[in-house]
Design a protein. Structure first.
Length: 662
């Protein structure tokens, strides 16, 4: 519940809209009860026999005469009981005194309103009926205007809050530790960002809309029913505790079932992400039937969870409707007994000070029906609110998640370019994995190009991740000059870096904007110059339909691997970094593209620090030094030719590439 309350606080920041919601809700609730009260003058005034007065002036006079006669009769009875001290007489005296006070108050009120009624109220049954209908239509019109305004304001608050939550969630997701994406996958985050936040929006709409309107409408009707006959209302509400207890248990069950259904939806998103992302593999291996079977299993699991939620919803609605009808049934039996027999007591308990009139009882029934209708609607929206509460816990779970990499409180600065980069006794272990780095000691001077070589799992990419501050070492330090990088601002550190990976990431945008990505202030001339440096300008102009304005589509599927890698290299060149990091950047491209990239790198790396993860001999020959990593440690450092001659392990790593070159 706390996560949902946090989201409600976000919604309440829009104070003007919230005040508008409250005001319109109060108007709707007041007019909901007021419209029901027109039943009383219709029954007691318009449709009464003519001799009893079929208009407001006549009704007031008849009631005033009746009150005066009743008071006189009660005075006579009290006079007869005066002086008697037995228990029955004392009780009768108290009852008659209370009744006289009630009638006296009624007479006083009638005398006060009589001049006003005589002057302004119409005379005759039909004019009175016209007035009542006009009041009813006017009240309904005002209520509908208030309802329309209320719905628009509620939707505005809900939609803006959903937008805020999506932006906050996306902002946090971009700062999550990288291993979170590996453990949970992006499909889980996508499901929470779309499906779960949509449930939150529905929950907020329900909370600020029906959950606020319907209880107020119900309270107004119950207050007016209590005004008619409070003791009778208490009697018929005996089933309310049973309803409250049942709804409390059902709400917990709905919340649990809704959370499980959302988890199943996350699994379904993941399965779809795998199938669509790997569609080439699916088609090439003819595994469409297998994927359909996997989808069926996930869809069936989500169906079962959804049906469970629907079952609880049905129980809630049925229980609410049955309890509401029970209340009305008890009221009809009790009220009918009191009116038919003109009694003030029921089962030995006093229900009223004077016998109820037909109009009063009918209005009492109408108020109860007016209260049970909002109660029934509440049971319908209760499930939506519970789903919103369940979804809020899943969304806030990510937003409030603690990350391992955080900004320093007082960031330090160092001049550009740096003098040296140092890995000092660096150890690293993922929270749910083995030790990856076991004491890395390595120093790289500015302007030097160093290659990292080693078998899979030796820690090459982890070392790059620590330099980029995607994570922090478990022990030891990574320093630029003499400043640990965790004391530099993350943005300031990453401005010095440019990373080109084996898996080139291109966005669904133009070629120009893909190159400009990371350097948004660069102009078109700078983009073209960077493309020329990466030997990408020629194919952009000759082999794409619109040149630099060509839309690439998702993942850049229109380009070859070498072309995509040259665009990624142009993006890195445009950034003008102090440190260029190449993570297997030439391992999956053709020889022609590799030669062009090497030529571009030889020019660009002059006066810059280069770090390469590669096993290609042509790339290793470019490096000033090669660091050999094995089991999380630096086992040897030297030039490529020297290591070939002296290090058997290094020679075995390069053997496959030598065979390819031969």
């Amino acid at each position: 519940m706390k996560p949902f309350l946090h989201i409600v606080k976000v919604a309440l920041r829009r104070r003007v809209a919230v005040i508008g919601v409250i005001v319109t809700t109060l108007i709707i609730a007041a007019l909901w009860g007021a419209n029901i009260t027109v039943l009383y003058p219709m029954v007691e005034i318009v449709f009464k026999p003519k001799e009893l007065g079929n208009d407001f002036p006549g009704y007031v006079q008849v009631e005033l005469d009746r009150a005066t006669e009743t008071i006189a009769s009660l005075d006579e009875q009290l006079a007869q009981l005066e002086g008697k001290q037995d228990a029955v007489s004392v009780y009768q005296t108290q009852f008659l005194t209370t009744s006289r006070e009630t009638w006296q108050n009624s007479a006083t009120t009638l005398r006060r309103v009589q001049p006003w009624v005589d002057q302004y109220m119409p005379r005759g049954a039909y004019p009175t009926l016209l007035l009542i209908v006009a009041v009813l239509i006017g009240g309904t019109s005002i209520k509908l205007v208030a309802l329309t305004t209320n719905l628009l304001l509620v939707q505005y608050i809900s939609s803006k809050t959903v937008q805020d939550m999506r932006e906050a969630f996306f902002r946090k997701a971009l700062h999550l530790d990288l291993d979170h994406f590996g453990e949970h996958g992006s499909a889980n985050l996508t499901s929470r960002l779309t499906n779960d936040v949509a449930h939150i929006g529905n929950g907020l709409t329900t909370l600020l809309g029906r959950t606020l309107r319907e209880p107020l409408k119900m309270i107004v009707c119950l207050v007016l029913a209590a005004w008619v006959c409070p003791r009778l209302l208490l009697l018929v509400m005996v089933v309310s505790p049973v309803l409250a207890l049942t709804m409390q248990r059902l709400s917990r069950a709905i919340r649990r079932a809704s959370r499980r259904a959302m988890e199943e939806m996350s699994q379904l998103y993941g399965m779809l992400n795998d199938a669509f992302g790997g569609i080439r593999v699916v088609k090439s291996f003819n595994t469409q039937a297998k994927e359909r079977a996997r989808f069926h299993v996930r869809a069936e699991a989500f169906f079962r969870r959804s049906m469970k939620v629907s079952l609880y919803n049905t129980f809630a609605r049925s229980t609410s409707e049955f309890m509401g009808m029970s209340v009305v049934a008890i009221a009809i039996l009790a009220g009918g007994y009191l009116v038919i027999n003109q009694q003030t007591h029921l089962l030995g308990l006093r229900m009223s000070d004077r016998p109820l009139q037909v109009g009063q009882v009918l209005m009492f029934f109408a108020f109860l029906i007016g209260a049970t209708d909002p109660a029934r609607k509440l049971s319908d929206v209760w499930a939506t609110l519970q789903r919103g509460i369940a979804a809020s816990s899943r969304v806030m779970e990510i937003i409030q998640l603690e990350t391992r990499v955080n900004e320093p409180r007082q960031p330090r600065t160092i001049p550009r370019p740096h003098r040296a980069m140092t890995f000092d006794n660096v150890h690293f272990q993922y929270p749910s994995g083995p030790m990856v780095l076991r004491g890395i000691d390595l120093q790289v001077a500015h302007g030097e190009t160093i290659a990292l070589v080693g078998p899979n799992g030796c820690g090459k990419s982890t070392l790059i991740s620590l330099l980029c501050r995607f994570d922090d070492p478990s022990n030891g330090e990574v320093r630029l000059d003499d400043v640990p990088i965790d004391q530099l601002s993350i943005r300031g550190l990453r401005r010095r870096l440019a990373l080109v990976t084996q898996r080139t990431v291109l966005f669904d945008d133009t070629i120009e904007n893909n190159i400009r990505y990371g350097s948004p202030s660069a102009d078109t001339d700078a983009v073209v110059e960077a493309a020329k440096m990466a030997f990408a300008d020629e194919f952009i102009r000759r082999k794409t339909p619109d040149g630099y304005q060509t839309l690439l589509g998702a993942g850049g599927v229109q380009l070859s691997g070498g072309q995509m890698q040259r665009l990624a290299l142009a993006r890195a060149f445009l950034r003008d970094p102090d440190i260029l990091i190449l993570d297997e950047a030439t391992s999956a491209i053709d020889i022609e593209s590799e030669q062009l990239i090497h030529e571009a790198l030889e020019k660009f790396l002059v006066g810059r620090t280069g770090i390469m993860i590669t096993h290609r001999s042509s790339s290793l020959a470019m490096a000033d030094r090669v660091a050999v990593l094995d089991r999380g440690r630096v086992s040897d450092v030297g030039r490529h030719d020297d290591l070939l001659a002296t290090n058997q392990f290094y020679r075995s790593l390069c053997q496959s590439d030598f065979a390819e070159a031969a």
